[in-house]
Design a protein around this ligand. Structure first.
Ligand SMILES: [Zn+2]
Ligand SMILES: [Zn+2]
Length: 134
């Protein structure tokens, strides 16, 4: 669905379609693309994701669809418009995602489900250095 600011929360940084907010439990809210099913985690949201099954429930896209968008370069943060860093997971280098250190991270469909052997909390800690005092 084409991005429409009255309907969608943010514009997908990869395919340019609209992303919709998806809530999980009482305090977790992510944005998922209505087209490519990529997932945007705001920085705070990411750390609320405590267990892998929560992530799998949110990551409903097919990995085959996600792979189509893997090669997109110069992906801009949907919050600030700055180009995000492409980061590959040190332990699972086939998984590449985009990170804005200020605002959050973007995963292609299926990438979250593909992250094995780590709890999301550990994984996010690795990506975002925890602010002091937390
Ligand atoms: Zn998209
Ligand atoms: Zn940003």
């Amino acid at each position: 669905m084409e991005y429409d600011s009255s309907v969608h929360s943010i514009e997908c940084p990869k395919c340019g379609h609209g992303m919709e907010e998806v809530s999980y439990g009482s305090d977790l809210l992510i944005d998922r693309c209505t087209n490519c099913q990529g997932i945007w985690f705001d920085k705070g949201e990411a750390t609320l994701l405590k267990s892998k099954w929560m992530g799998e429930a949110l990551d409903t896209g097919k990995a085959s669809e996600g792979r189509k968008w893997d090669s997109v370069e110069n992906v801009a943060c949907p919050r600030c418009g700055q180009e995000m860093n492409k980061v590959s997971d040190p332990d699972q280098p086939h998984i590449v995602y985009e990170v804005c250190q200020e605002h959050g991270m973007y995963l292609d469909a299926g990438e979250f489900t593909d992250l094995a052997n780590e709890t999301p909390a550990d994984w996010f800690r690795k990506i975002f250095k925890a602010p002091r005092g937390q």
